[in-house]
Write a protein of this length. Structure first.
Length: 492
């Protein structure tokens, strides 16, 4: 059985809902739509309800253009009180999601491609406008100096409404009454940056280069937990619109999401159980660190970003169509399809092994397909070939006997065995046995004939699953096998 100590438990839902008064709603809509302004005399204890309101607005259906706008006579802006940027808002991105973005309307978006085309540039974009007499604050900009260049371009409709709205605010509000306090700026740029982790998969980087604040941070015990959603706002909810759950393993749920800011589809993987202990977080981070250290390869699922929230790890990845699990891919593979999958995953393994890493959890569930391209994912068991990192083997059904016996001398050949076992399963369309005679036969590379498939392929699978790791081909040798000759000629 798979042993991944960092990924167990049940999903914890933390939706903050709160009752909204009309004025608070308008106020928060304004925060979402324009700038973050909280009256100075509003007690800081209102933070949690503000958060709830903010969350509610994010969770709610996108309002239509006309009703989503803040009434032009909003009291909080007309009364001329001093305003300060909300503390909460410093911890969350400030941008304006186009009204139609949730449904992808207005985007020339092919749902099959991970990056739908951006909307065509409109002649009037918010970023081009100069608004000298309107206070404009961009919490994400490096300074709050009043440079009136919003970072986000808006659609035409949004633009017209926003413009009318801003004009009214400008008229209603006496000049010089708004300011951004120094303490607010300090909050935005927290005194200490969050911790930097050493990536164990990357060599030749000194500790100092990685974390120049390391010494100071020693004095700040307790900072580490603060990265787990300490401010109560959800980066996931703020940055992404969730469509549906597309997968779930023993330890994570995977969702198809739209990133609000760039309008592209991604997969976000969230650990099911909160990672309360530092050791758990460090272990979970290894998946991210392995992906990040590997870099790009067409047969490896691309990694974009990751963060902790509510003590759960979120990993933003390239969205693929589905995995090769029997459930998702029930039809039998032809020999040509099998060779295609074998060749492409072998390429991924060659890349991984040449970077000094082993995957250690190769199986159909962890091989994804995207437009005919096979991609290896789930690096939760990845480790270094030299044995300098802890080793946790993946699903025992796909593991060779030596690793189950804790012989870690040929970790690259573990992946070769697992790939052979995965291809065997793909051909048979039956789950591999978990115990019994057949289970042990497979560990010795013994399996019945595979009707409809060439002897060349069957012999290759047998040698990939040889009980002696030394006799198994390396990933490079596999890729160079003459069985793929036609294929490589085609690619060349
Ligand atoms: N980038 C992706 N695109 C599409 N589907 C994905 C992606 N990543 C994961 N999935 C789906 O989610 C499932 C679970 O993902 P993953 O294997 O990474 O989670 P896990 O909890 O580590 O699983 P395991 O039980 O294998 O340890 C996959 O089998 C696949 O169906
Ligand atoms: Mg998996």
């Amino acid at each position: 059985m798979k042993r991944k100590s960092h990924k167990i438990g049940k999903k914890q839902s933390r939706k903050m809902k709160g009752a909204l008064s009309n004025s608070t709603t308008r106020h928060l809509q304004l925060q979402l739509g324009q700038v973050s302004l909280i009256p100075l005399n509003q007690p800081s204890s209102t933070t949690s309800s503000d958060v709830s309101c903010f969350q509610n607005l994010l969770d709610s259906e996108p309002p239509n253009t006309s009703s989503s706008r803040v009434p032009l006579t909003d009291d909080s802006f007309a009364d001329g009180r001093d305003c300060i940027l909300s503390q909460d808002f410093f911890c969350t991105p400030d941008y304006i999601t186009p009204d139609n973005q949730h449904t992808l309307n207005g985007f020339d978006c092919d749902m099959d491609t991970p990056c739908p085309k951006s909307p065509e540039k409109l002649s009037t974009t918010k970023s081009k406008r100069c608004r000298p007499d309107v206070m404009s604050v961009q919490p994400l900009s490096p300074t709050f100096s009043g440079d009136h260049q919003p970072a986000v371009e808006l659609g035409k409709d949004s633009f017209a409404d926003e413009f009318a709205f801003e004009k009214t605010i400008a008229a209603a509000k006496p000049k010089g009454q708004n300011y951004v306090s120094q303490s607010a700026i300090a909050l935005r740029f927290r005194v200490m940056p969050p911790p930097c982790f050493r990536n164990p998969f990357l060599e030749d980087v000194t500790e100092k280069e990685i974390d120049p604040f390391g010494n100071q941070r020693l004095k700040c015990a307790g900072l580490f937990p603060a990265i787990s959603g300490g401010d109560g706002l959800s980066r996931y909810r703020a940055d992404f619109h969730e469509f549906e759950q597309i997968g779930g393993g023993n330890f994570s749920h995977v969702f198809k999401v739209l990133k609000r800011l760039d309008g592209c589809l991604y997969a976000v993987k969230r650990s099911i159980r909160p990672l309360r202990l530092e050791t758990e977080r460090t272990k979970a981070l290894m998946e991210v660190q392995a992906l990040a250290a590997l870099g790009l390869h067409q047969n490896i699922v691309s990694y974009y970003s990751s963060w902790f929230e509510n003590e759960q790890l979120y990993i933003q990845m390239e969205l693929c169509d589905h995995s090769l699990s029997i459930r998702k891919c029930p039809e039998a593979f032809t020999e040509a399809q099998v060779l295609d999958a074998l060749f492409q995953v072998a390429n991924a393994l060659q890349f991984i092994h040449e970077k000094g890493m082993a995957h250690l959890d190769v199986k159909p569930n962890n091989i994804y397909v995207k437009g005919g391209v096979y991609k290896l994912g789930d690096f939760g068991c990845a480790t270094l070939l030299d044995g300098s990192l802890p080793i946790e083997e993946g699903d025992a059904r796909y593991m060779p006997q030596e690793i189950l016996n804790e012989n870690y001398d040929h970790l690259d050949k573990v992946d070769i065995f697992s790939l052979g076992a995965s291809i065997y399963e793909l051909i048979r369309r039956l789950p591999l046995p978990e115990s019994g005679c057949q289970y042990f036969n497979l560990k010795e590379g013994k399996f019945p004939l595979l009707p409809g498939h060439s002897l060349h392929l069957q012999n290759l699978l047998k040698v990939m699953m040889d009980p002696d790791p030394v006799k198994r081909p390396s990933a490079r040798e596999l890729v160079e096998n003459p069985i793929f000759c036609k294929k490589t000629q085609r690619i060349a």
